[in-house]
Write a protein that binds this ligand. Structure first.
Ligand SMILES: Cc1cc2nc3c(=O)[nH]c(=O)nc-3n(C[C@H](O)[C@H](O)[C@H](O)COP(=O)(O)O)c2cc1C
Length: 304
């Protein structure tokens, strides 16, 4: 018998696939839809302190290796969104994870405190948004100090377990992972998109209105695998792998790098909402074909 259930910070997932943040929008019913289609857990779009418009179109463009997006964290703010999380928590067959962001460290704390009232199973902290208190708005995920302080503030506001979501564009992800775990993070997810740009030769300008964006999909996978591998070596909390998971083999590779579960975003474009069931079955098939009975047998297996 092959067991693909996961225990993540006290929450049971029926399978190791999770809906990644931002992929199906902010509505509670979209989260429920993904859960009904087999996602072991669902993560909301990142919720911020107040209403905020996103970037102008074009915001999303496909290329050979995946997608480039600059949606700009469009948001109706925590007060207008909390009921969507309540709806999802009530109706979703699998655990709901609320993703949050802020422009300042204090805003992360206040959004966490408020969203906790909707009782999500976990809170994922999106550290990739820019720190608006700084002159050049460097993302919190790029600084050990900033990342540590944000997680400490969030932890001081809620008893709900916290996942710190890290960014790939750092010289070394290990010290950042250690900093967030020192501050109390119960799990680490890696990674958010990687900064990138596409140019239109005809228009002689960047394709996205925002010029630069974040790369997701298969092109991100090797970068994400290294990040997960490094984070697994640096900390003792569960790691969640994100970046280009499209097939069961991708998920298995992330687990061998050290992930306890994986999140899927762009893959939905390639395989539809059935991707959660398909990837779960492909993982289970891989395990039974290779004599593994539980996920613990493969998690971290690629480490010497
Ligand atoms: C259109 C779009 C919107 C996204 N919005 C968010 C977001 O609100 N918060 C967040 O933490 N990550 C966001 N992400 C990043 C994804 O959650 C994920 O980390 C990334 O896409 C890599 O996974 P994938 O290759 O499976 O898509 C977004 C990605 C895309 C493509």
């Amino acid at each position: 018998m092959t067991d693909i259930t996961v225990q993540l910070c006290g929450t049971k997932l029926e399978n190791p696939t999770m809906l990644a943040s931002g992929i199906v929008g902010i509505s509670g019913s979209a989260l429920v839809f993904a859960a009904q289609h087999g996602a072991g857990a669902v993560v909301s779009k990142s919720i911020g302190p107040r209403e905020r418009e996103g970037h102008n179109n074009p915001i999303l463009v496909e290329f050979k290796g995946g997608f480039l997006n600059a949606v700009g964290l469009p948001n109706s703010g925590v007060e207008n969104t909390i009921d969507e999380i309540r709806f999802a928590v009530k109706h979703s067959p699998s655990p709901v994870i609320a993703s949050i962001f802020g422009g300042t460290k204090e805003e992360f704390g206040s959004v966490a405190e408020r969203i906790a009232e909707a009782q999500p199973a976990l809170i994922e902290v999106n550290l990739s948004c820019p720190n608006t208190a700084q002159d050049f708005g460097m993302p919190f995920a790029l600084s050990e100090e900033d990342a540590r302080e944000v997680i400490a503030l969030v932890k001081s506001q809620t008893k709900i377990p916290v996942i710190a979501k890290l960014a790939p564009n750092v010289p070394s992800i290990k010290p950042i992972a250690r900093a967030v775990v020192d501050a109390g993070a119960d799990a680490v997810s890696a990674i958010n998109t990687m900064p990138g740009m596409l140019i239109s030769s005809h228009a002689r300008r960047p394709v996205l209105h925002n010029k630069e964006g974040g790369v997701s999909g298969p092109a991100l996978k090797p970068i994400a695998l290294k990040c997960v591998y490094d984070v697994y070596e640096a900390v003792d909390v569960p790691v969640i792998g994100i970046g280009g998971v499209t097939y069961g083999t991708d998920a298995v590779e992330f687990m061998m790098a050290g992930a306890s579960a994986v999140q899927i975003g762009t893959g939905i474009h390639y395989r539809g909402i059935e991707i959660f069931r398909l990837v779960s079955k492909e993982v289970a098939d891989f395990m039974s074909e290779n004599g593994y009975s539980k996920l613990e047998d493969i998690i971290g297996a690629a480490h010497g």
